[in-house]
Design a protein around this ligand. Structure first.
Ligand code: H79
Length: 435
């Protein structure tokens, strides 16, 4: 019997569901105006107004090997780079357009250097490809709700033209699928009411992917990405439903399961400040503690986190971002066993934090100090031993004198006497490994 589409997806996503943590990289011409990757649309910039950034794009500090080291050191297992964002500018050397890095002062294919550098660090590589294209003359402009020229009737386009854009889009995707070795992920972005599914000639696209990169994963954005409007949420997903759901700037409250209750692989994409593209005025960075806890939360709900960096016009990841990644990496170096290869524990969310689990190892992530022993609800008799994951030191399972009030619960004590209040020494380094 043929494996079902869900079984097949389960097998193909195995590495992805173990990886749990990846790097998103938003980089393109918009790093020069430095007001985020939607600047052309938000500010209604005509193509001429955006042209100087093309003429000036000269990333003399582009060192993808340094990006890859930062990702690896942070504990990330894969990365996704914007080969083309909505502005239509291509970081790769496409034969189908002149609007590419090769024709800027950069003078070369920047995607090739990215895939080579990340593979050299043993990381899986993905490419982001925008379905929207604000540069291509055949993409809907006047009247399209996202396009920079949406208000200008001079940009009215004949709907017939759109098929020429689709030929271009399919052609470019073919270039990416054939020119860069094995790709692990293609991250399409995005569909909306007017343009979704077969409007992109999605079945044809899936046939090409199946032929050229059968193991590659795709996100769920070939279908409209409004929450739960896509067939990935059903147990009969369409062929182009995608392999994982892609909640953006949110960690879903209860993970993501299908209408029939089946787990769906998912990946929350999250920015470090409030922009995807480089935006130095935006200093609203999350703390490393927040990032770590959100990562733990994703894993506790069987999901991944794709954490974004927006390198500057020179090609450098901002220092603020690097500092956070370093701190996160120090935590993962000590506590990564509770992340990689782990998923949810099928236990009620505890008062003090989150559980993750791999096989018979249960990880208790303490987000709050405890008064007295840490109470593990419902686990009495089910735990053989407890250790602090970071240093392997033994913890005590002794029951306190009043434990009879809690007959079904287990207790973990950090120290004798067992009634000590345990102040977290470092709020981030208290993962208990339970067996
Ligand atoms: O690449 C990043 C974003 O640029 C892209 N996806 C991530 C990964 C993205 N941003 N927004 N969207 C996709 C969906 C579009 C949202 C919209 Fe709006 C809501 C378009 C118009 C209203 C928010 C507000 C974005 C533009 C204005």
């Amino acid at each position: 019997m043929q494996p079902s589409i869900l079984e097949e997806r389960h097998a193909r996503t195995a590495w992805f569901r173990e990886a749990r943590f990846g790097m998103f990289i938003h980089w393109g011409l918009y790093a020069i105006p430095a007001r985020g990757e939607w600047v052309r649309s938000f500010e209604r910039m005509p193509v001429e107004a955006y042209q100087p950034y093309f003429d000036q794009f000269d990333p003399t500090g582009y060192e993808p090997a340094a990006w890859a080291k930062a990702a690896k050191q942070a504990g990330m297992k894969y990365a996704v780079l914007t080969a083309k964002h909505h502005d239509g500018f291509c970081l790769f050397d496409s034969a189908l357009t002149d609007y590419k890095a090769t024709n800027t002062p950069a003078g070369r294919d920047l995607v090739r250097e990215f895939v080579e550098a990340f593979r050299a660090e043993g990381l899986k590589v993905g490419l982001y490809y925008s379905l929207l294209d604000w540069h291509h003359p055949d993409y809907p402009a006047y009247g399209d709700k996202h396009h920079p020229m949406r208000d200008d009737p001079a940009y009215a386009r004949d709907p017939q033209q759109f098929d020429r854009y689709l030929d271009y889009m399919h052609g470019q995707i073919r270039e990416l699928l054939t020119g860069y070795g094995k790709l692990d992920i293609m991250w399409f972005d995005f569909s909306y009411d007017e343009l979704s599914g077969e409007k992109w000639r999605a079945t044809e696209l899936m046939n090409m992917i199946g032929e050229l990169q059968p193991e590659m994963l795709i996100d769920n954005r070939l279908e409209v990405n409004g929450e739960r409007q896509s067939s990935i949420y059903t147990d009969e997903p369409l062929a182009y439903a995608g392999d994982f759901a892609s909640p953006e700037q949110i960690v879903p409250p209860a993970g993501i399961t299908s209408n029939g209750g089946q787990p769906i692989p998912w990946e929350a994409c999250i920015t470090l400040n409030n922009n995807w593209g480089y935006a130095p005025a935006d200093k609203a960075y999350k703390s490393a503690t927040t990032v770590i806890r959100k990562l733990v939360e994703c894993v506790s709900k069987n999901g991944n986190m794709l954490l974004n960096v927006g390198p500057d016009a020179k090609g450098r990841i901002p220092d603020e971002s690097l500092a956070i990644l370093r701190e996160v990496g120090e935590w993962v170096a000590r506590n990564g066993d509770s992340i990689h290869g782990c998923g949810g524990a099928d236990l009620e969310k505890p008062e003090w934090g989150r559980y993750t689990r791999r096989g018979n190892k249960l990880y208790a992530h303490l987000f709050e100090p405890s008064i007295g022993a840490v109470l593990l609800q419902g686990l009495e008799g089910r735990i053989k031993q407890a250790r602090l994951l970071a240093d392997g030191s033994e913890l005590h399972l002794a029951r306190p004198w009043n434990a009879e009030l809690f007959p079904n619960d287990a207790f973990v004590n950090f120290a004798q006497p067992i009634h000590a209040t345990y102040e977290l020494p470092d709020a981030r380094d208290t993962v208990l490994e339970l067996e």
